[in-house]
Write a protein that binds this ligand. Sequence first.
Ligand code: SAH
Length: 248
Amino acid sequence: MEVVRSIFSCWFSSSSRRSNRLWSSGASDKNKAMVEQLQRYGVIKSTKVAEVMETIDRGLFVPPGGSPYFDSPMSIGYNATISAPHMHAACLELLEDHLQPGMRVLDVGSGTGYLTACFALMVGPEGRAVGVEHIPELVASSTENIKKSAAAPQLDDGSLSIHIADGREGWPELAPYDSIHVGAAAPQIPEALIEQLKPGGRMVIPVGTVFQELKVVDKKPDGSVSVRDETSVRYVPLTSKDAQLHSD
Ligand code: SAH
């Protein structure tokens, strides 16, 4: 989905391939090794983010035949991709203060459901993690993925839900949100998402078409909004379902 810090990605992929050969053990060890690499490289700094990424096995979310523990985006069909592990980690780090137990988080373009599951663990059963995805088949498969993961109890207790909708409109029923993550690049920041951000809340959103920047949008307690660029990225577009399905 995105090409960012490409030197790091190449380094990580080859080093991860080496460690995958050394690891003859199971998926959870490979997932742990992936998290440790991200910690060593300084992408993951927070213990909480590391714990959550260790607890949610990325292997459950990547379609068969993929390489879930390589630091690379992977195709998930429907002209969509699961983001690379370092992007998931970077977004969790950026949002951590706004993913405290009991908080509300909206994941726009939830795709495989991986990050929505991580968000659910961060905010806990007393919080609310809401995924919005416009491809019904991805909503169905992401729900199945989550059922196999450590976030399954939160699907049952209703603190995690995934909805079929156009994410450019957000999910007003459960607004306002402490955190909003957008997993696809918008030509500009959708007004509805700014409206649904709680004062004191933060949104992370890739913006742009050919050249994209990951923007960090902070709504201050007085309601004023500040926007800064975090890094250059490459995501699939936040667009209509028709445009996405007929983009090749
Ligand atoms: N964070 C997800 C990213 C998936 S790729 C993951 O790592 O698994 C981006 C997703 O955004 C795709 O699943 C795509 O179908 C979805 N998407 C694009 N435009 C959308 C829109 N307008 N509304 C809802 N989802 C959208």
